[in-house]
Design a protein around this ligand. Sequence first.
Ligand code: UFG
Length: 334
Amino acid sequence: MTVLVTGGAGYIGSHMVLELLDAGEKVVVLDNLSTGFRWAVPAEVPFVQGDFGDEDLITETLARYGVTAIAHFAAKIVVPESVADPLGYYLNNTAKARSLIERAIEGGVQHFIFSSTAAVYGDPESNPVTEDESLKPVSPYGRSKLMVEWMLQDAAKAHGLRYAVLRYFNVAGADPKGRAGQSTANATHLIKVAVQAALGHRPGMEVFGTDYPTRDGSCLRDYIQVSDLAAAHMDALRYLRGGGDSITCNCGYARGYSVLEVIDVVKKVSGVDFPVTISGRRAGDPAAIVAGNDRIRAVLGWTPKYDDLDVIVRQALLWEQHLQKQRTAAASNA
Ligand code: UFG
């Protein structure tokens, strides 16, 4: 009953590994370390360095560790990058996922949990958006993920694999015990950027547009704490093991904060009034996207613990300080 976590050395995957370990599960991590970090995987967890598109490596890993479930996190996730390199995204996120699903079926894996995204909705007509809303992704990133949702639906019908597709909204924060966090270099996500500005790791930050049809003109997003998101995967795993049908769920708190509100919270929690410039809109940003979460609460029994922006921002600040100490220590040892 081992769970294979692809991308387990990355931001969300590493929190899933902690969640699994805390629940006493057996885990193996596969990661090519293109954006993840070997140190992010606890020493007691078997680690396979490689690509999830490497079919022989997947077959060997599934057999060697007796894998019965896969949580597939490994992916490229930067929307503007997907616009510049669509074929790279379709290769990595779509074509390689196809081969992973095929090897999973051949290897007798019963349950597959897939990291999908709110980007499959594009710019929704109304909010909160439910899972039955029409799917109109506006970026190659969103399309690369939606195609995997379709493959899973068809493969599940044909081969009996059962899956949970989890559509993430804006993931933020860090492990409450300080064991993991968002470590990606050059991250572009709002809370990470604002926290770096508060800590003086960057001179300030920009707000991409204040002319949207929202309450203060800046974009509205649903920020979900990363351990709550990992817990949703555990709930999905228990649900599938308990015989639940394949399912697709939004992961968010059903409430939105504007960019300006988030920045105010970061200033309040950090106590630093860092410079903020208002710039033009960033290409591809929907004005508002908020998760309808009735399904995940009702069917998976998901009960979030950290639905509090102050708490999420505090965790992000602490993790950024931890990374800074790590960098300073590495520099003084060099
Ligand atoms: N923003 C700024 N300044 C910054 C960074 C972000 O104003 O320095 C704004 C963005 O324009 C956007 C909001 O903050 O309005 C949130 O931006 P993020 O980059 O943090 O996140 P996104 O909403 O663009 O992306 C998230 C996920 C993607 C997913 C997308 C779907 O990270 O994987 O939601 O809508 F595809």
